[in-house]
Ligand binder design. Structure first.
Ligand code: PLP
Length: 401
């Protein structure tokens, strides 16, 4: 074996030790199970499987057909949907295919603005979505919450073709039934992007938007705790064929066959009582951690979190500096816009905190309260010995035993 190969192995080892030794509060991350990692690194890496089950462009796909069908069915059971496409490489590709199946180029999309918690693929100028479609935004109200009546007014005024619901940094919930009614009255389509909260939805802890939307998209690697990827779900029969052709050949060539197998394992794992208990604990941990920050005098975008994450406003320090100090001490999270932020994306006014990863490590009330206090102490420069405490804590809660 050549020398470089050893270096690469060393690098992998360093990364895996880092993951074990640091507390991960990045709201969009989680830890996939060892078996889903092994299946997603299987011999299907070598197999081209362009097309859909029993309708492929290459020979030799028989075994893969079985796996893809299993993945489709498992995801349909998970989200009570009649249609599922499990091939998107990522959440962004899932959204691109969804747009293609729902609207035409230059049609009007109405989405939440990026600073309030929208996603790049919901119409950001430098993303394809902002380029191919005519994008207008709705905003949060003065309490940093979605205001149904305000959004209805914007819909009546702007007359969009598509309304996007579902966000990257919003700690409250969406009243999907309200928007379903509005969409009927105003003849608009609804795309629900549940990338962040899909794990909480399939467990029944947050309302499932499948019957209130034309299309639902999600990533598989956030609260759903699977390997990286995306899926598209729908109960609107009229567009199923359009979604499939929107993804392939519309957005992608061959799918990442090995990842489809990994996703199947992830869906199976999420279809269990153990997973429901896991997601219940995420919600408890999220509430406890936010409460601890509020008790220490910090502000969030609202005083409550109804999902796995929340924002903490950073007043006197720079959020990017805080992110670095925390990383040095073994805590990973990201700087983030606060609603109506006046600062730039390099130094926004908040940090975003998510509890899915800590909860996967089986951390509970005591641990998350402790971590919140560590973060406050670090921001306030009150304790210099936190780094070692974090390593000891991580050792007690290994990711992969
Ligand atoms: C994470 C996320 C996505 C997709 O992300 P990818 O990095 O493309 O997988 C899409 N929408 C929302 C709301 C997200 O939070």
């Amino acid at each position: 074996m050549n020398k470089n190969f050893y270096n690469f192995l060393d690098l992998l080892k360093i990364e895996s030790i880092k993951q074990e030794k640091k507390i991960n509060l990045i709201a969009s991350e989680n830890y996939a199970s060892l078996s889903s990692i092994i299946y997603s690194s299987s011999c299907f890496i070598n197999k081209y499987t362009e097309g859909y089950p029993f309708n492929r462009y290459y020979s030799g796909c028989k075994i893969f057909d079985i796996f893809e069908n299993k993945a489709i069915i498992e995801s349909q059971v998970l989200f009570s949907s009649f249609f599922s496409n499990v091939q998107p490489h990522s959440g962004t590709q899932a959204n691109a295919a969804a747009y293609q199946s729902l609207i035409n180029k230059d049609d009007k999309i109405l989405s939440l603005d990026l600073k309030s918690g929208g996603h790049l693929s919901h119409g950001f100028k430098k993303n394809f979505s902002g380029n191919f479609y005519n994008v207008v935004n709705y905003c949060l109200d003065k309490n940093n919450l979605l205001n149904n009546n305000n959004i209805e007014k914007v819909i009546k005024y702007e007359k969009p073709s598509l309304l996007i619901l579902g966000y990257s940094s919003y700690q409250n919930i969406v009243e999907w039934d309200f928007f379903k009614k509005i969409s009927k009255k105003n003849n608009i389509k609804i795309l629900s992007d549940i990338s962040h909260i899909s794990g909480l939805i399939c467990s029944g802890l947050i309302q499932n938007p499948i019957n209130f939307s034309d299309v639902v998209t999600t990533t598989t690697h956030k609260t759903l705790r699977g390997i990286k990827g995306g899926i598209i779900l729908s109960n609107n029969k009229k567009i199923w064929n359009k979604i499939n052709s929107g993804l392939f050949p519309g957005q992608q060539g061959g799918c990442i066959s090995n990842h489809i197998i990994g996703k199947y394992i992830s869906f199976k794992e999420a279809n269990s009582y153990e997973f429901i208990n896991y997601t219940k604990q995420i919600l408890i941990n999220s509430k406890i951690m936010l409460k601890t920050f509020l008790y220490r005098g910090y502000n969030s975008s609202s005083d409550e979190t109804l999902n796995h994450m929340f924002l903490i406003k950073i007043n006197n320090e720079c959020s990017s500096y805080i992110e670095k100090i925390l990383e040095k001490n073994g805590i990973l999270l990201n700087k983030n816009f606060f609603p109506k932020d006046s600062k730039s994306s390099k130094k926004p006014s908040a940090i975003r905190i998510g509890l899915s990863s800590c909860t996967t490590r089986k951390m509970k009330n005591l641990e998350v309260e402790l971590i919140a206090n560590y973060i406050c102490d670090l921001i306030e420069k009150k304790n210099n010995f936190i780094k070692l405490d974090i390593i000891i804590l991580c050792k007690k809660f290994p990711i992969y035993k």
